[in-house]
Design a protein around this ligand. Sequence first.
Ligand SMILES: NC(=O)c1ccc[n+]([C@@H]2O[C@H](COP(=O)([O-])OP(=O)(O)OC[C@H]3O[C@@H](n4cnc5c(N)ncnc54)[C@H](OP(=O)(O)O)[C@@H]3O)[C@@H](O)[C@H]2O)c1
Length: 178
Amino acid sequence: MVKISLYICSSDDGFIADKSGGVGWLPPMGPEAQKNYEDYFASIDMVLMGSKSYEKVLSFGMDWPYSGKPSYVFSKRPLETPTKEDIIITAQDPKAFVEGLKLKGDNEKTKKVWLMGGSQLIKSFVEDKLIDEILLFTIPKTLGDGIPLGIDLDEDFTLVNDSLVGQLRMREFARKSN
Ligand SMILES: NC(=O)c1ccc[n+]([C@@H]2O[C@H](COP(=O)([O-])OP(=O)(O)OC[C@H]3O[C@@H](n4cnc5c(N)ncnc54)[C@H](OP(=O)(O)O)[C@@H]3O)[C@@H](O)[C@H]2O)c1
């Protein structure tokens, strides 16, 4: 059984990035949020992202932050992979990709997959009802405009936990079963 998990931060008015795709408004991670992220990252087997999120991470010019786990980048373009890390560009559509993972099952040891973002790829996963859980940090900042998270949480998901991680609200949602 493969679980598709979205772990993401949004502003309090529901944006994951500002108008130009920037995430400079995200506060520095406090120790509790850092620990939460490290525990989460240790719990996943694979990272999925859209090409714009991939290019945003590369633009930071730092070491690839998801080393040790394969990262699949969804793109129809022949993107460059300038680092030696395990980065795979896939032109598959999300449904076929996830069905492929489920067919491989436990043989491939992929039990939990982090859907990292961004909005366009998330929309595609939501439309195909591929997301099993959402872990959503809300940053107490109002952006007014930007790239939306774009999920109708009440429609497809049930709130299963609402807690504080350090100073940040973190809500956990499970997909409604139907
Ligand atoms: N706050 C957070 O926690 C967080 C997390 C992640 C990302 N972000 C931010 O989100 C922003 C990027 O989000 P975004 O919505 O603009 O782009 P995105 O979802 O990261 O990437 C979209 C691109 O992915 C490719 N793609 C391939 N298959 C797709 C499919 N089935 N559905 C949708 N896209 C597909 C397309 O590019 P091709 O033309 O290459 O085919 C599409 O233009 C960045 O600014 C990043 O910083 C924030």
